[in-house]
Design a protein around this ligand. Structure first.
Ligand SMILES: *[C@@H]1O[C@H](CO)[C@@H](O)[C@H](O)[C@H]1NC(C)=O
Ligand SMILES: *[C@@H]1O[C@H](CO)[C@@H](O)[C@H](O)[C@H]1NC(C)=O
Ligand SMILES: *[C@@H]1O[C@H](CO)[C@@H](O)[C@H](O)[C@H]1NC(C)=O
Ligand SMILES: *[C@@H]1O[C@H](CO)[C@@H](O)[C@H](O)[C@H]1NC(C)=O
Ligand SMILES: *[C@@H]1O[C@H](CO)[C@@H](O)[C@H](O)[C@H]1NC(C)=O
Ligand SMILES: *[C@@H]1O[C@H](CO)[C@@H](O)[C@H](O)[C@H]1NC(C)=O
Length: 432
C-alpha cells in the first residue's frame, strides 16, 4: 500500500531525484524496479479518471509515469494483485493534505468504473456547481464497482443534487456508505437493507424526504446517522434488528408517532439522538432496556407524558439526558437520583411541577448542568452554597414563577444567586 504526502514542489524535486536514482540503478540491474508492473489499461483508466476531476491540462503519463511505483500520486492508493499494481483507493477533494483539488467543473469519466480493484472512493467538497452527477451515471457503470467497493464517501459537495441512485444498494460489498452534507433530494433507496455488510451508514445533512426504509438484516451496522434531512413518518419496527448498533442519530427530521418498543433490543446502543422531530405518545417504557445508553437526547418533540414510567436505575451509564421541550407533566421523580453518572440533565420548557429534589446535590455527584427553566417547579430551592458554586450558570431555574431560593444560604455569594429566581420571603417577613 502506498500513500504519499508530498506537495507539488516537493514532488517535483523528489521525482528528479528518483529519476537519477533509477537511471543509476538501471545500469546495474535492469528491469528490477520496486514492486511489479501496472497493466496499461489500469494505468490509462487511472490517468483519465483523474484528468476528469482535475482538468484536461493534467498530463498523468508525463507527471507520474509509474503511479503505483516510484512516482506515486497524492490521493491514490495501490495494492498488488497477481504481481500487478491496481488502484484500491481514490480520494478527490481537500479532505486530506494528500488528495487532489477538484477542477471547477469536474467530470466523472467512465474509466473510473474500469478500476476493478477499487475498494474506497471519496469525493470531498468537489462538486460545487449544481449538477445531477450521481444520477447521471448508468446503473451498469455503478455495478462494475459492486465486487470491489467497500467504502464510498461523498461529502460536502454543495452542487450535488438529484436523488441517490437506488443501484447503490446493489454495491453489496459496501461496509461504509457516507453521503454527508450534499444537496441530494427524494426518497432513500427502498432496498438499503440489501447492504448487509454495512457497518457505517451516514446520509445526514441532505434533503432526503419520505420514510425511513426497513432495515432488516443490517446486523453489522454500528453507526446509523440520517440526521438533518426532511424525513417523515414513523421509525421502522425493523430498527430493533440492528443489534450491533452503537450510535443512532435521526435528529432534525419530521419523524413522528410513538417511539417503538423494539428499541429495547438495541442493547449496545450508546447514543440515541432523536431531537427536533415530532415524536409523540410519551416515553416508551422499553427505552429503559437500552442499558448501554450514555446519551439520550429527545428534546423538542411532542412526547408528553411524565417521567415516572421509566425505571431510571436501568440506565446507569447515562451521562446526558435531554428531555427539554417535550411536553412533560408531573413531577421529577426521586428515581432519577439513580443516575449516578449523569452530568447533563435538561428538562427545560416542559410543564413539570413539584419541588426540585435537594438530594440531586449529594446523590448525583457528577451533575454539572441542570436545566429546569420554563416549568412550574415550586417551593424553595434547598441546595447548599457549594452546589450553586459548582453549577454556576449551568443551573437553569428561571421561568418557574413559584420558585424561590433561601437567601441565608447564599447571601454573601451574589455571583451564584440562581439567575431569574427570587429570594424566598421568610415567614417572619410575611407577618409584618
Ligand atoms: C503527455 O506527456 C507525454 C509524455 O511526455 C507526451 O507524449 C504527450 O503528448 C503529453 N500529452 C499531452 C496531451 O500533452
Ligand atoms: C439490483 O439488485 C436487484 C436484486 O436485489 C435486481 O433486481 C436489480 O436488477 C439489480 N440492479 C441492477 C441494475 O442490476
Ligand atoms: C455488544 O457488545 C458486546 C461487548 O462489546 C459484544 O460482545 C457483543 O457482541 C455486542 N452485541 C452485538 C449484538 O453486537
Ligand atoms: C425554552 O423556551 C425559550 C422561550 O421560548 C427558548 O428561548 C429556549 O431556547 C427554549 N429552550 C430549550 C432548551 O428548549
Ligand atoms: C403551578 O403550580 C402551582 C402549585 O402547584 C399551581 O397552583 C398552579 O396552578 C400551577 N400553574 C400552572 C400554570 O400550571
Ligand atoms: C460566606 O458565608 C459562609 C457561610 O454562609 C461563610 O463560611 C463564609 O466565610 C462567608 N464568606 C464571606 C466572604 O463572607
Amino acid at each position: 500500500m502506498k500513500l504519499l504526502r508530498l506537495r507539488k514542489k516537493q514532488r517535483l524535486v523528489f521525482l528528479l531525484c528518483v529519476w537519477c536514482l533509477v537511471v543509476d540503478l538501471n545500469k546495474a540491474e535492469t528491469e528490477e524496479s520496486e514492486g511489479g508492473p501496472m497493466e496499461k489499461t489500469e494505468q490509462t483508466a487511472l490517468y483519465s479518471t483523474i484528468q476528469g476531476f482535475v482538468g484536461d491540462s493534467w498530463n498523468g503519463s508525463y507527471l507520474y509515469p509509474d503511479p503505483c511505483g516510484w512516482t506515486p500520486i497524492q490521493g491514490v492508493t495501490c495494492d498488488m494483485y497477481d504481481d500487478h499494481w491496481y488502484v484500491t483507493a481514490l480520494s478527490f477533494g481537500t479532505v486530506k493534505d494528500n488528495s487532489f483539488d477538484c477542477a471547477e467543473v469536474p467530470v466523472i469519466r467512465p474509466q473510473l468504473f474500469e478500476l476493478k480493484h477499487l475498494k474506497s472512493l471519496s469525493f470531498y467538497s468537489c462538486f460545487t456547481t449544481p449538477n445531477r452527477y450521481l444520477a447521471s451515471i448508468s446503473d451498469e457503470k455503478w455495478l462494475d464497482l459492486s465486487k470491489s467497493l467497500e467504502r464510498l464517501e461523498i461529502r460536502s459537495n454543495l452542487g450535488l443534487i438529484g436523488e441517490l441512485p437506488s443501484v447503490i444498494t446493489n454495491l453489496t460489498n459496501l461496509q461504509s456508505l457516507v453521503v454527508l452534507e450534499n444537496q441530494l433530494t427524494g426518497p432513500l433507496p427502498e432496498n438499503l437493507a440489501k447492504l448487509t455488510r454495512l457497518r457505517r451508514l451516514v446520509l445526514s445533512g441532505n434533503k432526503f424526504t419520505g420514510r425511513i426504509p426497513e432495515v432488516y438484516g443490517l446486523t453489522k451496522l454500528l453507526i446509523l446517522d440520517l440526521s438533518r434531512n426532511l424525513l417523515s413518518g414513523p421509525l421502522p419496527l425493523s430498527i430493533g434488528g440492528l443489534g450491533s448498533l452503537l450510535k443512532l442519530d435521526l435528529s432534525n427530521n419530521y419523524l413522528e408517532r410513538k417511539l417503538p418498543r423494539e428499541l429495547q433490543s438495541l442493547k449496545n446502543l450508546t447514543l440515541l439522538d432523536l431531537r427536533n422531530n415530532r415524536f409523540s405518545g410519551g416515553l416508551t417504557k422499553e427505552i429503559q432496556e437500552m442499558s448501554s445508553l450514555v446519551e439520550l437526547v429527545l428534546s423538542n418533540n411532542r412526547l408528553t407524558g411524565d417521567l415516572t414510567g421509566i425505571e431510571w436505575r436501568h440506565l446507569k451509564n447515562l451521562v446526558v439526558l435531554d428531555l427539554s421541550n417535550t411536553g412533560l407533566t408531573g413531577e421529577i421523580p426521586s428515581s432519577v437520583l439513580e443516575l449516578k453518572k449523569l452530568r447533563f440533565l435538561g428538562l427545560s420548557n416542559n410543564s413539570l411541577g413539584g419541588k426540585l429534589i435537594p438530594q440531586m446535590e449529594t446523590e448525583m455527584p457528577s451533575l454539572s448542568a441542570l436545566y429546569v427553566n420554563g416549568n412550574n417547579i415550586t417551593g424553595e430551592l434547598e441546595f447548599s452554597r457549594k452546589f450553586y458554586e459548582r453549577m454556576g450558570r449551568r443551573l437553569g431555574v428561571w421561568g418557574n414563577p413559584n420558585l424561590c431560593y433561601n437567601g441565608d444560604e447564599i447571601k454573601n455569594l451574589s455571583d451564584h444567586v440562581p439567575f431569574g429566581v427570587n429570594q424566598c420571603k421568610s415567614v417572619k417577613a410575611d407577618k409584618y
